[in-house]
Design a protein around this ligand. Structure first.
Ligand code: HEM
Length: 531
């Protein structure tokens, strides 16, 4: 009986349990079934939309092979000499633009003809900002903040307006003394190798020189970096930040911030950002205090020889009397430091490479500099000398074309774009492949040959303004291009006034297109002291 009652209880509890479970299952079904149906509906709808979206891009000129995971990126040989050859061949295969797939879902339109490049740079489309993954610009955000390079819309327009006076010739003029003083340290270093007959590595030498210059011009910071080299924590942090940024941009699986943060590089990147920011903030703080203390002290004001970018950043005010926030000041300072350093390193190094490769052009530059400096006690190049360095200017421009320091830039379409009858929808990412444009056989004859005369005043008259865009073009062009041209002229003129350069015949130089055009193995040169 007891057994029976117990069994009865068990059966009853089973029935209750089953009834409860059935009730739970059906309520679970009530909740989830519509959710699943909705998800299926959204996926089907997305696929239908995506099929028509993909059809637009499949009709565009571009690689026909398509991998379900990589899209077409696996067809690109990589950021090396073979990749550059691939870029140079693009106009032969697809004359004005092409389309690639960054994985299965993201198309990228690549432009490399003045007609197509013009159509996007004229409308001043914004820099792309990723939604689920980071764009190449987003990846630098934790370091450079919303400075001019990365920001968009109102913030960019206001800050560009506020900072443009910082690049007026009156501000740039005293910097010429800084370029002259800084290059003397380098000349001393090269003299040592000239005496021993050893080669020197151009990229490292120029990198420390241009960093020294930008630290002095942006912050009046006497870093001693040319002497201490990569032993300085700050110099090393800045260099590694750039390397890690570029390395990440080449690994699509690290484009999501959370994935990058899990890696050793990711942890190091954020640690370096904190450190670099603390140095910049300290400099800003000291300058702010100095400005406050010297407000009513004319003697103290005279201690400063020139205005630097930091003065401009701290004193800039818009029409409502509002200045930049501390975050904006730091971001702009860090942006100048990055943009004003690696780019000029690349441009100077590659121009010297071409001049060392072509002794007759090098001699022509030396004659031009000698003519300017004859009858002078000092080898310093003056601000007034810069326009007289005409042939050197042509060589630098041809160097900027042939070697293209900034190889590509990106934008996001905010409105439809008609490319030779292909209607590209808003939201699409578009890249200007500046290196391919500068080597487009339809635009340049013998594109691989260094010919400074392309930039003679007679020849530039007929040049399409969108054929040569090392500093980009349109509203978002490089704010520092005059600064850069002055710096490059002084540095190259001073080096070639002191030395004749020749390439090491046993050292094959290989290009490496990164955030800027670098060399995989450096550029080695011999320097012979001029008498
Ligand atoms: C040979 C040297 C240089 C080259 C080839 C170069 C090239 C460029 C290019 C191509 C852009 C457009 C970037 C884009 O659209 O994403 C740019 C923007 C910029 N550059 Fe330069 N640059 C050089 C030197 C400098 C220097 C010396 C500075 C500062 C001192 C500087 C500051 C900037 C800034 C702040 C921007 C962003 C401008 C904006 O969007 O309003 N650059 N540069």
């Amino acid at each position: 009986m007891i057994y029976f009652l117990a069994s009865f209880d068990a059966v009853q509890s089973d029935i209750q349990h089953t009834t409860l479970s059935t009730a739970m299952v059906s309520s679970w079904q009530v909740i989830t079934a519509p959710a699943i149906a909705y998800a299926v509906y959204r996926i089907v709808k997305w696929f239908i939309y995506f099929r028509s979206y993909r059809a637009i891009f499949h009709k565009c000129p571009g690689e026909t092979e398509f991998h379900w995971l990589y899209g077409t990126v696996h067809l690109y040989p990589g950021p090396n000499e073979a990749g550059l050859q691939y870029d140079r061949d693009l106009p032969k295969r697809f004359p004005k633009f092409n389309r690639i797939w960054l994985g299965p879902f993201i198309p990228l339109i690549i432009l490399y003809h003045p007609d197509t490049v013009r159509s996007i740079l004229k409308i001043s489309a914004p820099k792309p900002r990723g939604q689920f993954t980071s764009s190449v610009y987003d990846m630098a955000l934790p370091w450079l903040g919303e400075g001019l390079l990365i920001s968009n819309n109102e913030r960019w327009a206001r800050n560009r307006r506020l900072l443009t006076p910082g690049f007026h010739f009156d501000i740039l003029r005293p910097y010429v003394n800084i370029y002259n003083t800084a290059v003397e340290i380098l000349i001393d270093k090269i003299s040592t190798t000239a005496k021993t007959g050893e080669t020197f590595e151009v990229f490292d030498a120029m990198s420390l020189l241009t960093l020294d210059i930008i630290l002095k011009c942006a912050f009046s910071y006497e870093s001693q970096c040319q002497v201490q080299g990569y032993n300085m924590a700050y110099v090393t942090a800045v260099k590694e930040l750039q390397d890690m940024w570029v390395a990440r941009s080449l690994k699509p699986w690290l484009h999501m911030d959370w994935a990058f943060k899990l890696t050793q590089d990711g942890k190091k990147f954020y640690k370096h950002c904190d450190y670099v920011h603390s140095v910049t903030e300290d400099l800003i703080d000291k300058r702010r205090k100095f400005m406050e203390n010297s407000k009513n002290n004319s003697e103290k004001q005279k201690e400063r020889k020139h205005l630097d970018f930091l003065d401009i950043l701290l004193t800039a005010k818009d029409e409502d009397g509002k200045g930049l926030t501390p975050y904006e000041i730091r971001s702009e300072a860090d942006t100048f430091l990055f943009e004003g350093h690696d780019t000029t390193t690349s441009a100077i190094s590659w121009t010297l490479y071409s001049l060392a490769e072509h002794p007759h052009f090098q001699k022509q530059v030396q004659d031009e500099v000698d003519e300017i400096l004859k009858d002078r006690d000092s080898p310093n190049i003056q601000f007034e000398d810069l326009p007289k360095l005409v042939f050197l200017g042509q060589c630098i421009k041809e160097g900027l074309r042939l070697h293209t320091p900034v190889t590509f830039i990106e934008r996001e379409l905010k409105e439809e774009l008609d490319l030779d009858g292909h209607i590209i929808p808003p939201g699409t990412m578009v890249a200007m492949q500046i290196y391919a444009l500068h080597h487009n056989f339809m635009v340049w004859d013998d594109p691989m040959v260094f010919k400074p005369e392309r930039f003679s005043s007679e020849n530039v008259k007929d040049m399409d303004p969108f054929a040569f865009i090392p500093f980009s073009a349109g509203l978002r062009n490089c704010i520092g291009q005059n600064f850069a041209m002055h710096e490059m002229k002084v540095v190259i003129a001073r080096i070639l006034h002191s030395f004749t350069l020749s390439l090491d015949p046993d050292w094959e130089v290989k290009k490496a297109p990164r955030a800027v055009m670098k060399s995989e193995n450096g550029i080695k040169m011999f320097a012979t002291k001029r008498t």
